[in-house]
Design a protein around this ligand. Sequence first.
Ligand code: IVH
Length: 755
Amino acid sequence: MTDVTQAERAAWLRDTLNEHIYRYYILNAPIITDGEYDRLYQELVALEEADPTLITPDSPTQRVSSDLQEDLPKVRHAAPILSLSNAFNAGDLRRWEERNLRLLPPNTQLNYVVEPKLDGLTIVLTYENGFLRSGATRGNGEIGDDVTANVRTLKTIPLRIPVQRNSLSAPARLVVRGEVLILKEDFKKLNEEQAARGHAIYVNARNTASGSLKQKDPRITAQRPLTAFVYDLIDSSDPIPSTEWECLEYLRQLGFNLVPDCEHYPDLDSLAAALDKWEARRHAFPFETDGIVIKIDQVALRRELGVVGKDPRGATAFKFPSEEATTRLLDVTINVGRTGKVTPTAVLEPVFVSGVTVSSATLHNYEVIRELDIRLGDRVIVKRSGEVIPYIIGPVEGARIGSETLIQPPTHCPFCGAPLVQPSGAVDLFCPNPRCPERVFRSLEFFVSRQAMDIENVGPQTIRQLIAEGKITRESDLFTLTTDDFKGLEGFAERKIANALAAIEAAKQRPLPQVLASLGIDGVGGVVAATLAAEFQSIDALIDTCVRVRQAVETFKQIAAPLSQGLNSPEAVRAAERLVNPLLDLVPRYADAADVEKRLTRLLKPLLDERPDAPIFDLSAALTDVIAAARPLLAITGLGGVLINAIVAWFSDEDNIALIRAMQAAGVTMQSQQAAALADTFNGLTFVITGTLSVPREQIEQLITSHGGKVSGSVSKKTSYVVVGESPGSKYDKALTLGVPILSEADLRKMASSP
Ligand code: IVH
C-alpha cells in the first residue's frame, strides 16, 4: 500500500467510525454491531500507530469516552481511568508484545496475568485509613459520577479494610478499580421475579446494572442484585508489590472480591496456547464476558511502557469472536406454552452466529417488541450466548427503508380462538383456555420428554396424533392407553405399540422427585422437586399443606383487600401492594419473626397513617396463620416467595388435584420410597368415616387407601375402625353399639405413619 492510500484509508475509517458514533450515541440507531465497530476502530488504531502523522484531532481514537450523568455529583479521579486496546487473535497479541519489547531493555522477559473480562460498569473505590470514602463511575476517565451512597449498598464492596483481622494494615489511602455487574444467575432470578409479579423483564444485564448503580435513591440500588469485582490497584500511599499477581493477592487479603480464575503465564507462548481453553470456558463463568484481559505481570515494566491515547501499553483485551450478528426479521410467529403464556418468536433470515446458523429467536413478549420498536422487515441485531436461546438486542433503525410494518399483538389464541387475556399489571398475554389444544400439547410434550418422565417411544409426534384422535387430554390419560388406542396411528405397527405401552408402564415407577418435576410447575425443576419430595414424602402431604396455605391466604386477603381502596400517597399505595399476595414477600420475610404485628405495623406505616383504623391485629394474626400453614414449605432452604406461591397455586388447584388423583389411580408413584415402606400399614383393614374432618373427606379416604386400607359407607361387625370427626352421625352410635374401635383423625394419621 502507498502512503496516499493509507492516508485515504485512515480518513475513510475516521469518517465511517464518526458516523457510527453519531448513529449510536445521538440517533440511538446503530447500523453495525459492537464487534464490527471494534474491528474498524482497531484498523484505524494500527494505521495511526504505524504512522502517527495520520492522527487528526477529529480521529475517534483521540476521544475520551464519557458515561457521565447530568444529575449526579462529580468526583475527580486520582489518576486517569484508562481503557484497554483490543486484540482478536494470537497474531495481534504477538505484535502487541513485539511493540512493547521494542520499548524495553533488551532481553526483557515478559510474564502475564490473565483474567476474564467482565461486562459491567467500571467503578473506582477510594479508601482512607481503611474506610470506604468514595465510589465513582469511570465517567470521562478524569471525572466520574459520585455514586458513593449506592456503592455502599453492595455487599461485595467492603466498607472497611482489611475485612478480616490479619497482619495487614490499611494504607492511609488506597484507590482500586473494579466492575459492577449482575451475575447471570441473579439476572435470571430477577427476571423470573419480574415476570411472576407481571412486571416488564429486563432485556440486558449490563444496562440494568448500569441503571441500578446510577440511581438517585440508594434504596432502589439496594434492591437490585448487584455484584462488584475488583481487578486493579490504581494508587496507594503504601509501597505496592512488584508484580500484578502479588497485587491481586494483596487485594484479596484486604478482603476485596477478586475476579475469579486468574492465571499466570511465564511467557506469551504458553498464554497463546491457552487461548482456546479460555474461549471454551467463556460461558462457564457466572458472569457475562466477551473476552479476557491480559496484563504484563511486572508492575515496573508496565509503568515504564506508559500509555498510548487512553490505553495503557502494558495491558490489552483479547476479544472472543462476536456472538452478535445482524439479519432480517421476516415474520413473527406465536407460541402458546403449557401455562397459556403467549411468546412471540422471530423468524429470521438465517445467519451464522458463534458457530451455528440461527433462524429464529425469542422476542419474550409484545411489551419487549414495543419497547425495542422492532418492526417486520427490520434489520435486527441477534445475540447468541452459550446455551441460551438466541435473542434480539434491537433493530438497526438506520437501515430502515420505510416498508417495515408495526407488529400488532394478537387478540385471539391462534390455536383455539379464545380471546387472549392480560392479567392486570402483567406484560404477558395468556390463552385462558385450559383445554386449548396447543396448551394441552405443550404440557404433554414436556411430560413425556427426557427431562421429565422420560417415556421413550412416545414423542411429540405421537402426542400430537393421540390428541387429534381424542385419546388423551391430560397427562393421566397416558397411563390408561391400550393397544386399541394406538391402532391406526401413523407409523404404529404391533411392535411399536408394544414398545410404547411398555415405556408408559415403566414410567409409572419413576421416583417421586421425577414425577414432581414432570408436572411442569413454574420453577419446580429437579432440585426443587427433590427437596419437596424429601420434605413431604408424598404428593398427598404436599397437597394437604398447599390447600391449607391457600385457605389461610384467602382469609388474609379478605382482611387486606378493603385497605387498598382510595389511598393517596404513593408510599401508602406501595405498602398496600405488599398485601396483595402475602406469599410473595411478607411470608418469607416474617417466617422467623418473633413479633409479626410490630414489624408489620412498621412496614405498613404510610398506609396506617392514612388508615389509622385498619385492623392491624387481625391482619397480623391472619399473616401468622399463613406462616404457620406454610411452615413445611418455608423449612426448605432455597424456596423463595415466588416459588412458594407457584407451588401453592398449583397444588391447591382443583383440576390439578384431580389430575394427581387420576395418575395415582393409574398406579403412578406418588410417594417417596421411604413412604412406600409404610404403604401397607392398613392392609386388610376396613374403615368407616363419620362427622366433619379437618380436610375434605376424600383426602382422608385417600390416606386410608394409599396405605392399603378400604373405606366402606356403613358400619358392620366387619368394620375394623370408625374414624370420627366433629358432629358425627348415626354411624358413630352404631360403632358404639357393635363395639367397633373408634379413631380420631389424629389417631388415624399416627397409625398411618408408624410401620
Ligand atoms: S484491567 C489499565 N481487568 O474492560 C487497565 N479491566 O474494555 C485496567 N474490564 O475499561 C483494566 N474486566 O473497565 C481490567 N478483569 C478486568 C476487566 C477490565 C473488565 C473493563 C475495564 C476497561 C474495559 C476495557
